[in-house]
Ligand binder design. Structure first.
Ligand code: HEC
Length: 92
């Protein structure tokens, strides 16, 4: 019997893991489709001055749980979420 058990799961190309992704990159990958590359808004609201309205903690909660029309973005790792929330909280 010829065995075709190719058990290689091609996951070794991950040299650039998300360990050091900048908040801007995380935003670009996960949020910009709705909030725009410059945070200017689109399908979602303008969040370029979101730090005036929310603390980092509140923003992290919105990312984790979603809000209104925004679906929860719980694909983000906690540490990326924290970094992103802090970055956004400084936007004012
Ligand atoms: C599928 C589209 C979509 C994605 C993806 C998305 N959002 Fe949103 N976001 C929305 C919408 C729509 C709202 C308005 C929600 C409401 O209050 O009805 C919103 C609201 C917000 C708010 C609150 C704004 C305010 O003034 O009340 C923040 C902060 C926010 N999003 C951050 C993010 C971040 C950070 C990400 C990425 C991790 C993200 N969003 C991804 C659609 C999206």
């Amino acid at each position: 019997m010829v065995s075709l058990t190719a058990c290689n799961q091609e996951q070794s190309k991950n040299n650039q893991s998300s360990a050091s992704a900048s908040p801007k990159q995380v935003f670009s990958n996960n949020c910009s489709s709705c909030h725009g590359e410059q945070l200017q808004g689109g399908m979602g609201p303008d969040i370029s001055k979101v730090g005036e309205r929310y603390s980092a903690k509140e923003i992290a909660a919105i990312i984790e749980h979603g809000q209104g029309q925004m679906p929860p973005q719980n694909q983000l790792e906690a540490k990326d979420r924290e970094k992103l929330a802090q970055w956004l909280a400084q936007k004012k």
